[in-house]
Design a protein around this ligand. Sequence first.
Ligand SMILES: *Cc1c(COP(=O)(O)O)cnc(C)c1O
Length: 375
Amino acid sequence: MKRYLLAPGPTPIPPEVLQAMALPIIHHRTPEYEAIFAEVRRDLRLLFQCQSEVLMFAASGSGAMEGAVVNTLSPGDQVVVIRGGKFGERWAEICEAYGVRVLPVDVPYGKSVEPASVAAVLQRDPAIKAVFATQSETSTGAVHDIQALAAIIRRTPAILVVDAVSSLGVMDLAMDAWGVDIVVAGSQKGLMLPPGLAFAALSERAWALVPGARLPKYYFNLAAERKAIEKNQSAYTPAVSLVVGLRESLRLILAEGLPNVFARHDRLARATRAGVQALGLELFADQPGCACTAVKAPAGIEGGAIVKGFRKRGITIAGGQASMKGKIFRIAHMGYVDGFDVLTVLGALELVLADLGYPVKLGEGVRAAEEILQK
Ligand SMILES: *Cc1c(COP(=O)(O)O)cnc(C)c1O
């Protein structure tokens, strides 16, 4: 059976990247590795749209999230966390695990934060050290307006920390131009790599908090990593094969051009939305992002049954997490994905829904998507 991986991470990997990662391991303290590392450092800054070094860790994306917390805060510090899904909630869980006081700005699942509500909390309490946000809330498919949040937060003493794990290389995030202080990401979403690399980039404003941050840390010590990377080294053994693969995926992304990469994801997202809506289904997010489309399971059909129907046909999509379990299913269109992947998913969705007794006219979803893709 041919397999298709269209879940919101891990995502498919281009053959150029797979081939590079299959080469024999090289040692990381050699000129050969250092040449690769130098290229990766340069290209990561282009991808993050920042001047500062992008630090790399052998971890999943959550490792960089934890790194952002422990390197900028001290016990008892007060922060704002925008919670509108599993990943916003993760920021709060990490902060609470370290004794940081969290002022939550809660938005219902599927909704996006109203930037003015964050401004109101910041105004009430000038002691707030940081605001934690999620650009693409993968659990609901909703996008949060980071540019608008940055415009508010940069006028306050607080820093803005953004989880861009499922939006880096998918949607625009102009870190320096918008005034975002920390961007964290992972390898297994828009970067078209296997899981296992975490990234963090810090503005000068964020770096200024690092020396005074008293939360404990050892591996995720950003200052130590910055010292090493300035010598074109990493503090510890890097995930060599992933970094070798990263060079290839960055080459692919930059050859396509960032604006084209964002436009492609936007087109694929619009085609997917048009396809599911043409089948009479509803989107879960009010302001859906380009990484994945969350769809409400139709009345009387359990979301899990849809995911299972896909799996039976060799296609991996995702269901809902936590309280969204059974109520939604999620189709990813990020990374190494094109219009034919979208058509495959929609064709399969029609068959799966028909199997489950949902009234569908075969071809209607595919046709709606094709009309978008043809433009
Ligand atoms: C995937 C993801 C993460 C990180 O998850 P890991 O499993 O730790 O890589 C964090 N935030 C968002 C928005 C994600 O999509």
